[in-house]
Design a protein around this ligand. Structure first.
Ligand SMILES: NC(=O)c1ccc[n+]([C@@H]2O[C@H](COP(=O)([O-])OP(=O)(O)OC[C@H]3O[C@@H](n4cnc5c(N)ncnc54)[C@H](OP(=O)(O)O)[C@@H]3O)[C@@H](O)[C@H]2O)c1
Length: 242
């Protein structure tokens, strides 16, 4: 039920952090994977099942070209994971548009590209990596919150449009995960401890903590689930008093 043997997946943002872990995790479950990012992963993904192409996801022409070529070569596409993302906290007046381009518009363009193939095959699973910021207000990063809130809702809209074609669209919602994106907070002892206090499991997550949920959403085990959020946050959202 959880096997991805013979399946074909595309993971954006797979050069490091969460995207890399998800690409590696899908491959360990048997899927062939196309990893897209601007730089190549420093770590080797599992076996030879992961192929890498350099791609800036905001370049729609390049993104569509890589997706179409991979699908043509493999003869099918079963899974898209939109994990590429940026966070530009601080005075981000200049960064808002770019954050929305990378975190919201690019995932939509990726969905458009795979949906053409998935609709024809009447099957597919699309997973958008959103954030706690899709649910809660956080200071000093409005572009990120707006983009992730939009992406979360895009999931439900696309789940509605693609459901009749047997294509599922769900959100994977990480809590605080130790990656390059969160390195500054992780290294700051005060912030690090505050994040742990807010989390029922009292620790940060690792990218590998997200793999099980991603394999579940990619596989037949979740065949009757669409338009949903799977929150993998150590209990952050569910916690009342902090
Ligand atoms: N870490 C967390 O606590 C956390 C929590 C909630 C949600 N998330 C989300 O999880 C996803 C992964 O984050 P992460 O923590 O793993 O961050 P990360 O370590 O900074 O990795 C970000 C990934 O996105 C890729 N990327 C960024 N801009 C891109 C572009 N224009 N074109 C192609 N690829 C691009 C990067 O590759 P290149 O730089 O090589 O292009 C990298 O592979 C993001 O969507 C993030 O918003 C993270």
């Amino acid at each position: 039920m959880f096997s991805l043997e013979g399946r074909v997946a595309i993971v954006t943002g797979a050069s490091r952090g969460i995207g890399w872990a998800l690409a590696d995790g899908l491959a360990r479950s048997g899927s062939k994977v196309l990893a897209l990012a601007r730089s190549k992963a420093a770590d080797q993904c599992f076996l030879d099942l992961v192929e890498y192409q350099s791609c800036d996801v905001t370049n729609t022409e390049a993104l569509t070209h890589h997706i179409d070529t991979f699908v043509e070569n493999c003869g099918r596409i079963d899974v898209l994971i939109n994990a590429a993302g940026i966070s530009l906290p601080g005075d981000i007046q200049d960064g808002v548009e770019h954050t929305i381009k990378v975190n919201l518009i690019a995932p939509y363009r990726g969905i458009e590209a795979v949906a053409r193939h998935m609709r024809a095959a009447r099957s597919g699973s699309i997973i958008n990596v959103t954030s706690l910021a899709a649910f809660q207000g956080f200071p000093n990063n409005p572009g990120y919150a707006a983009a992730k809130g939009g992406l979360s809702q895009l999931t439900r809209a696309m789940a509605c449009d693609l459901g009749p074609f047997g294509v599922r669209v769900n959100n994977l919602v990480p809590g605080y995960i130790e990656t390059d994106m969160t390195a500054a907070s992780y290294k700051d002892q005060k912030i690090n401890e505050q994040r742990c206090r807010n989390t029922m499991l009292e620790r940060w997550g690792a990218p590998s903590d997200l793999v099980g949920a991603a394999v579940f959403l990619a596989s037949d085990a979740s065949s009757y689930m669409t338009g949903q959020d799977i929150v993998v946050d150590g209990g952050w959202l569910a916690k009342g008093l902090v």
